[in-house]
Write a protein of this length. Structure first.
Length: 565
């Protein structure tokens, strides 16, 4: 067909009110669409690339093979054919719906073209049915959640107004284009991986992807998607829902900042506080003016309680809580409560709260679970349940433990075990703070005289060298700070395990968050003691290690911990 004639012919087809397609024929099984008229663009889609092989399946869906078979018959026989078939229509780029059409297929005179025309084959909708159809389209086109469909090749088949507004594109700029064009360059591999997951029949949920707005600004989105398949099981189109994830990303940044502040407080406040608390008895026995002694005692207590309240943000996993509230300020206001209220919110149901007093009578059995006021602790060291407010209102340095309910059988086994059956004779304490080392030396000398050897290392690298310079079982236990120069505690624990150390490693750190505890275990540590530590918390950790490493046996008389520290 001559060029001028072809142009005039297609101009005429463009005026036909029915949907019209022109196919160029190479053989009965090989042909491609070379023209779609204005009616097709208005009733089906303006942005469909009709020349692509996927056009038939994308729009004719289940009936695509029937349509293609009839086209082959028309090419072979030269006879016209008619058939009924559904096609997916998105008039004016509204939500796509399937509609039934009557199609007429006929050969052009020169047998190089097949002309397909289609008109809607359905009774005229009454007003109620039209309203229902329009309501369905309005639901998807104007819904508050951004949605789009992608073809099997990753091109945008349809998107609603919310998605276009989120990214700032028009329909002409967005429809029919590869979705990768609108993703941040760094996300290309992720998007391809998502397509692979979807193509394997999987559903994805809450996958974070960074898109680019028309003005170039990045926008963080969460994607949920699955796939609609053709009758033969091949990929038809995705069903994607996207939500703006910017607030969560910003909130995560705030949470990381808060965590850095808490880490700073932990390292620069709790280490000195460990020293102050350890020597507070010595300080309070000095000669003071009648007013100065109580003032110093009150200042020490206020510093300790304030630090404990600050670090509770880690213990109650504030980072996770913040993600469920509108603003950080609102959550900070919520946790501006007395400590008893905060602990009450995190104390699991049916658990027993016990406290370990910082003072013990010389006649005490050494049980670390003594409770009550200072007068009570002088009388005896006994364990009993008590209210949270009781402990927060007295001035004792109290360490709280939560004992989960156990079966009677488990309780009897634990009560018969000897927690002191594991004797430590050589301990390595790793900490870069000299003041912590001084406190540790004083504590072990006075409170743990049965441990004759306590060595010290300034960082994880030095600890590893000291271990390698001795027999593998030389140290019975290692106390490990986590934040240190040269080699931190996590890497040191991992290196020690790889080097053959099989004894217990106890993390001793100011950062007592759940994340840090889990990481410590993952790196090969056995327990965790939060700073400020004291003889009670260290002894409790030793007891837990003993219970874990020693099989239950008959009760033995427990060794009393010295109270001279």
């Amino acid at each position: 067909m001559g060029t001028v004639r072809a142009e005039g012919f297609f101009d005429a087809l463009d005026l036909v009110p029915q949907i019209t397609l022109a196919l160029h024929v190479d053989s009965p099984t090989k042909y491609n669409v070379i023209f779609a008229n204005s009616a097709f663009k208005e009733q089906v889609s303006r942005f469909t690339d009709v020349s692509k092989e996927c056009f038939w399946k994308d729009h004719f869906d289940e009936s695509s093979e029937e349509v293609r078979q009839n086209i082959s018959e028309v090419i072979s026989s030269g006879n016209d054919k008619t058939l009924l078939s559904k096609i997916i229509c998105s008039p004016n780029e509204t939500f796509p719906t399937q509609q039934l059409f009557r199609w007429r297929l006929r050969n052009h005179a020169d047998k190089q073209l097949v002309i397909i025309t289609g008109e809607r084959h359905m009774p005229e909708l009454d007003s109620e049915e039209k309203n229902e159809l329009e309501g369905l389209r309005d639901y998807f086109d104007n819904g508050p959640i951004a949605m789009h469909w992608l073809t099997g090749e990753g091109n945008v088949l349809w998107a609603n107004k919310t998605e276009l507004q989120t990214l700032g594109y028009t329909k002409e700029e967005y429809f029919g284009k590869p979705i990768l064009k609108f993703c941040a360059p760094c996300e290309e591999d992720l998007v391809l991986k998502i397509f692979k997951q979807l193509g394997s029949g999987n559903t994805i949920q809450d996958v974070p992807v960074k898109f680019l707005k028309k003005n170039g600004d990045p926008v963080h989105l969460l994607v949920d998607s699955n796939v609609k398949y053709h009758a033969d099981g091949s990929f038809h189109h995705t069903r994607c829902f996207i939500r703006d994830d910017t607030k969560r990303i910003k909130l995560d940044a705030v949470c990381r900042y808060v965590e850095q502040i808490l880490g700073f407080l932990g390292h620069n406040v709790r280490n000195p506080l460990t020293t102050l608390l350890h020597f507070q008895d010595d300080l309070l026995t000095q000669t003071f003016d009648s007013h100065h002694g109580p003032l110093l005692a009150d200042a020490i207590e206020r510093l300790r309680t304030t630090t404990d309240e600050t670090m509770l943000f880690q213990d109650i996993e504030l980072m996770e809580k913040l993600t469920s509230v509108p603003t950080v300020r609102e959550e900070l206001d919520k946790v501006s409560l007395k400590r008893s209220d905060i602990l009450s919110r995190v104390l699991p149901d049916k658990q027993t709260l016990k406290a370990k007093s910082a003072y013990f009578d010389s006649a005490s059995t050494g049980d670390a679970e003594s409770v009550g006021s200072s007068d009570q602790s002088k009388a005896s060291a006994s364990s009993k349940e008590a209210t949270l407010d009781h402990y927060f209102n007295n001035k004792l340095h109290t360490v709280f433990t939560f004992d989960p309910p156990q079966s009677q059988e488990k309780q009897s086994v634990c009560s018969g075990a000897s927690i002191d059956s594991l004797e430590f004779t050589r301990v390595l304490h790793v900490d870069d703070e000299k003041m912590i080392q001084i406190v540790s030396k004083h504590m072990f000398r006075k409170s743990f005289p049965h441990i004759p050897v306590v060595d010290y290392a300034d960082d994880g690298l030095e600890a590893l060298k000291m271990f390698k310079c001795n027999k593998p079982d030389y140290y019975d236990c290692i106390l490990m700070d986590l934040v240190m120069p040269n080699m931190n505690g996590f890497d040191a624990a991992k290196a020690l395990r790889e080097a053959g150390y099989k004894g217990p490693i106890i993390a001793v750190s100011a950062n007592a968050s759940k994340e840090q505890r889990h990481k410590a275990v993952a790196m090969g540590m056995d327990d965790f003691v939060a700073k400020p530590f004291d003889k009670i918390s260290i002894n409790a950790a030793f007891d837990k290690i003993s219970l874990r490493l020693n099989p239950p046996g008959p009760p033995r008389k427990k060794r009393a911990m010295s109270d001279s520290a």
